[in-house]
Design a protein around this ligand. Structure first.
Ligand SMILES: [Zn+2]
Length: 299
């Protein structure tokens, strides 16, 4: 590595950056379980107050916006999932889990997956490796204690994947990450060119509620897409995944999607998907287990 400007880098330098963590072979399976055409993996990042706390925004107004997620959003979401018999994955920062006693246990009891989402929604790329490792281990302990099983997957907070993250995922023995965007379908992560056996379940801002609905009171950020239009985008994403026999993955947040006019859209989306009869609804861990089996991933 050099300290030169990027246009002065030699090939070993730019190639080294790209190959540090990269997409390996596709793990798109030939078939999904139960003879279904498309896998549907819905996830909720139960951030609640933690992004505000992470930024040391400790005044009541901002914290209340996050609190809404636990107080109103989560019960509404769990009711909807139960009505449709849909299992989901909840990525939960440890501080969120500790603030809202019983929430993680309820996810587990209702048959959902609980997975890692940092300690306090920290920005991994702002941390040194030892701090990132310490927070990840402590977070895994909290979730294991509350859910009754140790998490097998990680979504980095804010999809902020550091140069150390993949090594730590391997050290913790996790089977998957869900923070990167190199494909629509599951793939194996390479570390410095070598296969790791770690599955990436890719995300995208298109399939995330936050960019459509977030607003900043004193800035210029305002929601730019009406909820029903967001629903149309997600339907189109699902339809194309179904046509390709692939994966439809969605990332939602209880404090964002949990509002009345947006839950209408989520309910309609689930009804539409279920109505096709083609969907295998699964947790992220279930999808990962299936594609690992299908591809013979053993690491
Ligand atoms: Zn988050």
């Amino acid at each position: 590595m050099t300290d030169n400007a990027p246009w002065q880098w030699d090939e070993a330098t730019w190639r080294g950056h790209v190959e540090h963590v990269r997409a390996g072979r596709s793990l798109a399976p030939d078939a999904w379980p139960q003879g279904k055409r498309v896998a549907v993996a819905i996830s909720f990042d139960s951030d609640h107050e933690t992004p505000a706390l992470r930024d040391a925004e400790v005044l009541p107004g901002k914290l209340a916006q996050g609190e809404y997620g636990a107080r109103v959003g989560v019960p509404r979401i769990l009711d909807l999932l139960r009505r449709h018999g849909v299992p989901a994955t909840f990525f939960v920062p440890a501080v969120s889990a500790l603030l809202h006693d019983g929430e993680v246990a309820r996810y587990a009891v209702e048959g959902h997956e609980v997975a890692l989402h940092g300690w306090i929604h920290e920005r991994n790329t702002a941390l040194d490796r030892d701090d990132e490792r310490d927070l990840m281990l402590r977070a895994a302990d909290v979730l294991e204690r509350q859910a009754g099983t140790r998490p097998v997957g990680l979504r980095t907070p804010s999809w902020d994947f550091s140069a150390a993250t993949l090594d730590l995922v391997r050290e913790l023995g996790l089977t998957y990450d869900s923070s990167l965007m190199a494909d629509d379908e599951p793939y194996e992560l390479l570390s410095r060119g070598e296969p790791t056996g770690v599955v990436e379940l890719p995300v995208e801002w298109i399939r995330d509620d936050a960019p459509y609905f977030m607003m900043e009171r004193f800035g210029s950020l305002r929601p730019y897409t009406p909820p029903r239009e967001v629903g149309r985008i997600w339907c189109d994403e699902f339809d194309a995944a179904r046509a390709e026999g692939g994966l439809f993955q969605l990332t939602l947040h209880p404090h964002i999607i949990g509002h009345r006019s947006r839950m209408v859209v989520l309910a309609e989306l689930l009804e539409y998907i279920a109505g096709t009869g083609d969907a295998w609804f699964a947790t992220h861990a279930d999808v990962v287990a299936h594609v690992r089996d299908a591809a013979g991933v053993t690491a």
